[in-house]
Design a binder for this molecule. Structure first.
Ligand SMILES: Cc1cc2nc3c(=O)[nH]c(=O)nc-3n(C[C@H](O)[C@H](O)[C@H](O)COP(=O)(O)OP(=O)(O)OC[C@H]3O[C@@H](n4cnc5c(N)ncnc54)[C@H](O)[C@@H]3O)c2cc1C
Length: 218
């Protein structure tokens, strides 16, 4: 399946021309983002919790402490809604009404299960660690049995999804183009800055190449 089926749940109603349903577009946004926000309702009270995610095929891994309410909620089989937003620019229209943002966002729906088996859990943690920075799993100390036991990992099966994407200049009302007001886009991007070595880092340990490459933008 290359596209998520369009249903009442995931069809973009507002500005539908910005909606996309193909997995390639949706997964590119999911993989570029470092965090997601997971929405769930408990007894009618909504919560939206930011957390780390990592995709593995048509699954999304989340992890955390055993006591996490979010993870317990997923473990009980309840559905969740995950949103991911990449902000690409501020759209400064001539009018307040048309002021906006350029973005690539995704809304995902699914239910999850707890990853119980140790090998599968270690695999999920590898995917999550490499999502933080590709190559990190190889370097970092692996979880002890006690740490593994203290961590809950859930795998969300991505059943329905949509992307919504805005690009380009402002869309002002025709009569406003004559106004003497600057209009355009302030592009924005997330950028790696200089590394800040741990003050307790032992002498003689160089930064790994996968980090220095990120800083230099390679
Ligand atoms: C950075 C950013 C800033 C925004 N600012 C505003 C704002 O100030 N005001 C405003 O009204 N809207 C804003 N939006 C758009 C907003 O996310 C909604 O798309 C819009 O408000 C319509 O909401 P709705 O519930 O009527 O959506 P509907 O179109 O009714 O939603 C139906 C389905 O479409 C999909 N969908 C809706 N929105 C998105 C999305 N953003 N990404 C992926 N799938 C989506 C979901 O599957 C949803 O279940 C912004 C979006 C982003 C990413």
């Amino acid at each position: 399946m290359t596209h998520f089926p369009k249903t009442e749940l995931n069809s973009v109603h507002r500005l539908p021309q910005r909606g996309q349903y193909d997995k390639e577009t949706i997964y590119r946004i999911v993989d570029e983002a470092k965090i997601c926000h997971v929405g769930f309702a408990v007894d009618g009270q909504p919560f939206v919790i930011p957390t780390i995610h990592a995709r593995d095929g048509d699954m999304l891994y989340l992890h955390g402490a055993k006591a996490s309410r979010l993870l317990k909620h997923i473990a009980e089989g309840h559905p969740v809604c995950v949103t991911i937003t990449l902000l690409d620019g501020l759209v400064l229209a001539r009018s307040v009404f048309h002021s906006s943002m350029n973005y690539r966002s995704v809304v995902l729906f699914g239910c999850g299960t707890v990853v119980e088996e140790d090998a599968a859990k270690l695999h999920a943690l590898e995917v999550l660690t490499n999502q933080l920075v590709a190559g990190r799993w190889e370097d970092a100390r692996k979880p002890t049995p006690k740490e593994l036991n203290a961590t809950t990992v859930v795998a969300l099966s991505l059943e329905s999804a949509s992307a919504k994407i805005r690009v380009g200049p402002p869309s002002d009302d025709e009569e406003d183009y004559a106004l003497p007001i600057w209009a355009g886009v302030l592009p924005l991007r997330q950028q790696a800055l200089e590394l800040a070595p741990d003050p307790r880092l032992n002498a003689g340990i160089p930064a790994p190449e996968y980090l220095s490459d990120l800083v230099s933008g390679d």
